[in-house]
Design a protein around this ligand. Structure first.
Ligand code: F0G
Length: 349
């Protein structure tokens, strides 16, 4: 384990002078799916790029090691981001590692408890905003103009540079790009980052082809599908509750260039995929991540998969970040008397 900057130094805008701030992120597993080919009803190979196994439990760490390292190189003493919480958890951890300050602006309501704990315990100045993510991001831009605080949202170009390394890892493991890459879309940076990574690796001759990028938004927060800003986005997948994605135009360009799609999945479809991943694959990802798998299931039902194809789904964050959703879809049964018969009756097998 080296961390993505050391591993992919040749592909990243770093020099010998860049102080590498790392928690040894990346090198996450590409887990073969056990049951999806059967569920999809077509003989495809499906892999999960499980980004929940990064140091702070999400893909954000790939971009954050780059953004914070470059920030420190350029003399930044503080970073700021707006976040639906994963970016803030990552920014807080990498800022702590670098010994600099971190400010996070968080939209009101729908807090995933694990992520709140992360931002707080790493010592970030957490500022809840009486508004949504899009308002918080607008404020971050204003604040960075009047204070010497570096923005580490994905509008910071180093974030995309770091995040593209996930595509490198996929190709390094599979030996080529997959036919299709499924990914959840929120602020729309990650789909753009993967596409950049796949293109760079093809140019280098590391891959012979490019995948179709299939991005999925939650129905209640699907501005790229509707073609307009959503003023009050709502979804159980709080990580992608975004109505005006900063990288929207780049994501739409990715869709066109890759011959892919950006579509929506309902909260029910997301929760179904979320439970399937946990129950039948043994992989616990957060609801936003499950949107990628929900989308794949939806598109397979439309007949858009062909036998023999290889599909990769990015599972962007770990399920433990959002224990409330897990314990809402599955209830703890009432306690039983501490005797053998009562326990056997409760087991029911
Ligand atoms: N999945 C998870 C778990 C996320 O946290 C996010 C984004 C996405 C998917 C979507 O990625 O924005 O690049 O399209 N979370 C951001 C945050 C917005 O603040 O943590 P995207």
């Amino acid at each position: 384990m080296k961390g993505i900057i050391e591993r992919y130094r040749a592909y990243l805008p770093v020099t010998d002078k860049t102080p590498v701030v790392t928690l040894l992120e990346g090198d996450t597993p590409l887990i073969p799916s056990r049951c999806l080919p059967e569920v999809l009803g077509v003989k495809v190979k499906v892999y999960f790029k499980f980004e929940g196994l990064n140091p702070t439990g999400s893909f954000k760490d790939r971009g954050m090691t780059m953004a914070v390292s470059k920030g420190v190189e350029l003399g930044s003493k503080a970073v700021v981001c707006a976040s639906t919480w994963n970016t803030s958890a990552s920014a807080a951890a990498y800022a702590a590692r670098a010994g600099i300050a971190c400010v996070v602006l968080i939209p009101q309501g729908q807090i995933a408890l694990g992520k709140l704990a992360q931002a707080l315990i790493h010592g970030a100045r957490v500022i809840p905003i009486l508004g949504n993510f899009d308002r918080a991001l607008a404020l971050v831009k204003e604040i960075s103009k009047v204070r010497p605080i570096l923005i580490v949202n994905s509008i910071n170009p180093y974030r995309i540079e770091g995040q593209k390394t996930a595509a490198f890892e996929v190709v390094d493991v599979l030996g080529d790009a997959p036919d299709i890459h499924c990914i959840p879309v929120g602020n729309a940076a990650n789909i753009t980052a993967y596409w950049k990574g796949y293109k760079e690796y093809k140019k280098e001759g590391k891959a012979t082809r490019l995948p179709k990028m299939w991005g999925f938004q939650a129905s209640g927060a699907a501005p790229l599908v509707r073609g307009k800003i959503i003023e009050d986005p709502q979804t159980i997948a709080t990580a992608i509750r975004i109505g005006n994605p900063a990288s929207g135009p780049a994501a739409l360009a990715t869709r066109e260039e890759s011959g892919g799609a950006i579509d929506e999945v309902s909260d029910d479809e997301i929760l179904e995929a979320y439970q399937l991943l946990a129950n039948r694959e043994g992989v616990f990802s957060e609801p936003a991540s499950a949107a990628a798998v929900a989308g794949l299931i939806k598109y397979a039902r439309k007949g858009l998969l062909k036998a023999g194809q290889t599909v990769v789904c990015t599972l962007t964050g770990h399920g433990l970040k959002d224990p409330d959703t897990a314990t809402k879809v599955k209830n703890l049964p009432p306690p039983v008397k501490p005797d053998k018969d009562a326990v056997l009756k409760a087991i029911g097998l």
